[in-house]
Design a binder for this molecule. Structure first.
Ligand SMILES: Cc1cc2nc3c(=O)[nH]c(=O)nc-3n(C[C@H](O)[C@H](O)[C@H](O)COP(=O)(O)OP(=O)(O)OC[C@H]3O[C@@H](n4cnc5c(N)ncnc54)[C@H](O)[C@@H]3O)c2cc1C
Length: 377
C-alpha cells in the first residue's frame, strides 16, 4: 500500500465539515499533531449549507444546551482569531399568537433563559419595524451567526496556517486500521483517528445507520433579496420554531400552541417547516426551512415546500416582492439522541451530530470526541 505522506500524526480527522474542523481545533489546543482528510476538494456538506446560526436558547435542555453555550464561546474566540466576520449577535423570537407568548413566558422561568428579556414596545418598533402581528418579542443575546459557506473554508485555512494542521483534500478514507488510516491515495500513520462523516454513513461504516437508528433529514433553504432594503438586528424566529426546538417544545405550555398550529398551519407542521431568517453582508436574507425525514436523503426540492416557507416568511416579515436568488437542499443525519459518539476500535471514534445543530454544538462535542479517543486505547 502506497504511503500518502511520510509524516506521522497523533490524530487524523476524517471530514472537513464543522465537526471535523472542531476536532482538529480541540486536538491542536491539546498540543497534538493533526491532519484532516477530506474526500472533496473543499467542504460541500451540511456545514456550508446551513444558516451559520449558532443557537443556544432553543437547544435540548441539559448537556446539549451546555454544549451550545460552550461552542458559542469557542466560535467567538475562533472567529476573532481566524478573521471570520460575526454577522449577527442575538435572536428575536417574535410571538404572533397568545399561546406562543405563553410558551416564551414559561421559557423565561428556565435556566436556559439566562440573559433573555422581553423587548419593549418601543424597541419592537425601532428594531423590528418590518415584523408583523407581534404579540411579544423575546430577545436572546446568546446567539451569533457566521456566513457558513465562507466561514468553513476560512476556518480550515486558519487551522492550517496558524495551528499547523495539515489538510489533505481529494482524499477519500476507505478504512481505519490503526496505526494507519487508509485512503484512496495511500495510507497515513496516526495514533488516533476521529471520523466525522456527517450524513455519509455508508462509505466507512456500512452498518452504522441501522445500528444507530439514524435517519436522514433533508432541508430546503432560500436566499431572498428584499424588494425594499431591510436591516435585521439579529436572527428572527416565529411561532412554528417554538414547537420544533426542544428548549421550547419540551415545555408543557407548548402543547396548546401545537394544538392551535395543527388547526391553522397543518401543512407547515407536516413538512417540518418553521422560520429562521438571517441576513448576509450584502443585505440578502437566508430563509428556511423544511424537514423531510427518510432512510435516504431526498434529492428533490419541492416548490410546494418552498411556498410554505415563503408563506411563513410573509406572515411574519413585511417584505413583499422579495426575489428568490438561490434555492438549495441540505441533509443531516438525524436520531433521537442529538449526538452519536462511539469508539468502534481502540484509538478511534465516530462523531456525528444527529440533532441538526452541528453549527451550534460542534466545538464542545469535538472536545468530548477528543477525550473519547484519547481514553479509548
Ligand atoms: C440546510 C441546513 C441548515 C442547518 N442549519 C443549522 C443551523 O442554523 N445551526 C446549526 O447549529 N446547525 C444547522 N444545521 C446542522 C449542521 O449544519 C450540521 O449538524 C453540521 O454541519 C454537520 O457537520 P459535519 O461536519 O458532521 O458534516 P458535514 O458538513 O456534512 O461534513 C462531513 C464531511 O465529511 C466528509 N467525508 C465523509 N466521508 C468521508 C470519507 N470516507 N473520507 C473523507 N471525507 C469524508 C464529507 O465529504 C464532508 O465534507 C443545518 C443543516 C442543514 C442541512
Amino acid at each position: 500500500m502506497t504511503i500518502l505522506t511520510p509524516k506521522a500524526y497523533d490524530l487524523v480527522v476524517v471530514g472537513a465539515g464543522i465537526v471535523g474542523l472542531a476536532c482538529a481545533y480541540q486536538a491542536f489546543k491539546r498540543g497534538l499533531k493533526v491532519a484532516v482528510l477530506e474526500r472533496n476538494a473543499k467542504c460541500v456538506g451540511a456545514s456550508i449549507r446551513n444558516f451559520g446560526f449558532v443557537t443556544v436558547t432553543g437547544q435540548r435542555p441539559g448537556d446539549h444546551w451546555r454544549r451550545a453555550r460552550e461552542s458559542r464561546d469557542v466560535w467567538l474566540e475562533v472567529a476573532g482569531n481566524a478573521g471570520i466576520p460575526v454577522l449577527h449577535r442575538g435572536l428575536y423570537l417574535a410571538a404572533q399568537r397568545q399561546e406562543a407568548k405563553v410558551v416564551l413566558e414559561a421559557f423565561l422561568q428556565t435556566e436556559m433563559a439566562e440573559q433573555c428579556r422581553w423587548l419593549s414596545a418601543k424597541e419592537q418598533r425601532e428594531l423590528l419595524p418590518f415584523v408583523k402581528n407581534m404579540q411579544a418579542v423575546l430577545f436572546s443575546p446568546l446567539e451569533c451567526r457566521v456566513e457558513s459557506r465562507e466561514a468553513i473554508g476560512q476556518l480550515a485555512h486558519w487551522l492550517e496556517s496558524a495551528c499547523g494542521v495539515d489538510f489533505y483534500w481529494k482524499t477519500a478514507v476507505t478504512s481505519i486500521d490503526l496505526p494507519h488510516v487508509v485512503t484512496a491515495n495511500g495510507k497515513v500513520r496516526t495514533s488516533y483517528c476521529i471520523a466525522c462523516p456527517g450524513h455519509d454513513l455508508y462509505s466507512l461504516f456500512p452498518n452504522l445507520q441501522q445500528q444507530a437508528g439514524i435517519r436522514m433529514s433533508t432541508l430546503q433553504m432560500l436566499r431572498l433579496v428584499p424588494a425594499m432594503p431591510i436591516k435585521l438586528p439579529g436572527a428572527i424566529m416565529s411561532d412554528l420554531s417554538l414547537v420544533r426546538y426542544e428548549g421550547y417544545s419540551g415545555l408543557p405550555q407548548a402543547q396548546a400552541l401545537l394544538r392551535r398550529l395543527q388547526v391553522e398551519q397543518p401543512d407547515h407542521l407536516k413538512q417540518g417547516v418553521h422560520l429562521i431568517v438571517v441576513q448576509s453582508a450584502d443585505g440578502s436574507l437566508v430563509v428556511g426551512d423544511s424537514h423531510v425525514y427518510d432512510d435516504a436523503e431526498d434529492p428533490f426540492a419541492s416548490q410546494a415546500r418552498d411556498e410554505l416557507i415563503l408563506q411563513e416568511f410573509e406572515r411574519v416579515i413585511n417584505c413583499s416582492g422579495s426575489k428568490i436568488t438561490e434555492r438549495w437542499v441540505g441533509t443531516y443525519a438525524s436520531a433521537d439522541d442529538v449526538v452519536h459518539c462511539v469508539s468502534p476500535i481502540p484509538g478511534a471514534a465516530i462523531g456525528i451530530v444527529t440533532g441538526g445543530t452541528g453549527a451550534s454544538t460542534a466545538f464542545a462535542f469535538a472536545r468530548e470526541l477528543v477525550d473519547t479517543v484519547l481514553h479509548s486505547s
